[in-house]
Design a protein around this ligand. Structure first.
Ligand code: DP6
Length: 297
């Protein structure tokens, strides 16, 4: 299953145990970049990730998710391979939980429509709900307490075809998980009260765009607002490295030179650049000239 990058971000949860989001979100799927997972019955639980047996938090989170499906005395051997460069810092939890959901459904031999698969994956990680389709995907936050209206579906925007370059700026571990940073910022930032309405306005506008520059502009503004919310929480969290700041400046400079390119940023220092597919040659030439590592989807 592929990973995905939000153009209008999921940030914040509603109360309860069903991982229900405060806001709806819109994403672009990283076709070909994600996780391949197989689950077999075994004597005990195990997780083999990229050829290595894991025992820490990753394994705990995985087994806790599998508990949702577990019959009495049923144990699982989970073998998962991730082909996203580790340096990308790209939410591997999105592809990871989507692939885990699909593998569990295959093991059980169930026939589950994608909409319901999306709801099941959401229980593991919110962004995983959006990984079941290619292209642009909308995750409806829903309003019900049982979460049965909180699912994703593919949508078509009236823009020219887009592409995304994922920049590989930093390889280090996340300093704080998105789950933790979400909690802190929404509980303490003075911007928390206005975030849901401003985020919804971004989403409404994104769904109506007629061209890619409008979508790029919204995506960049939405990411900047999310990071302002995170920075103004207590304690303040700033995901930017100096390279991140340099790249934001560079993207704005390129735009000043007439290049149609915008950035978005998740809970880490790496930027993802958004541009029309027709500009791919120009953008990759520019990226190559800087020596930065990247991949384009
Ligand atoms: C900044 O999906 O990782 O990438 O539901 O707690 O697992 P949990 O959070 P997660 O958060 C993703 C946050 C984001 C924005 C997004 O992908 O929409």
């Amino acid at each position: 299953m592929p990973s995905n990058i939000a153009l209008v971000k999921y940030w914040g949860k509603r109360p309860g145990n069903l991982n229900l989001p405060l806001v709806s979100s819109l994403s672009y799927t990283l076709d070909g970049y994600g996780s391949k997972t197989h689950i077999a019955l075994d004597e005990k639980d195990s997780l083999i990730l990229n050829g290595k047996e894991k025992s820490g938090d990753e394994a705990k989170k995985t087994f806790a998710f599998l508990d949702l499906f577990r019959a009495t005395s049923e144990y699982y051997r989970v073998v998962s391979d991730n082909n996203i460069p580790t340096a990308a810092g790209v939410a591997s939890s999105a592809s990871g939980f989507a692939a885990l959901t699909a593998a569990m459904i295959a093991l059980k031999g169930w026939d589950v429509p994608l909409k319901e698969q999306s709801m099941l994956a959401r229980l593991g990680s919110g962004s995983a709900a959006r990984s079941f389709w290619n292209g642009i995907v909308l995750w409806h936050k829903g309003v019900r307490e049982d979460g049965m209206d909180s699912y994703a579906e593919p949508v078509t925007l009236q823009t020219e075809p887009m592409a995304m370059a994922v920049l590989l700026l930093d390889q280090s571990q996340k300093k704080i998980s998105s789950r933790e940073a979400m909690k802190i910022s929404l509980a303490t930032s003075p911007l928390a009260a206005e975030w849901p309405a401003r985020q919804q306005a971004h989403l409404d506008a994104a769904l109506k765009v007629k061209d890619l520059p409008s979508l790029g502009h919204i995506a960049e503004e939405n990411a900047e607002l999310m990071h302002e919310l995170i920075r103004t929480g207590t304690p303040s969290v700033d995901f930017d490295l100096s390279e991140t700041k340099e790249w934001k400046t560079r993207v704005r400079q390129w735009r000043g030179q007439g290049v149609p390119v915008w950035f978005t940023q998740d809970a880490g220092p790496n930027l993802k650049l958004l541009f029309p597919r027709a500009s791919q040659k120009d953008i990759t030439e520019r990226l190559n000239a800087t020596g930065v590592g990247y991949f384009v989807v």
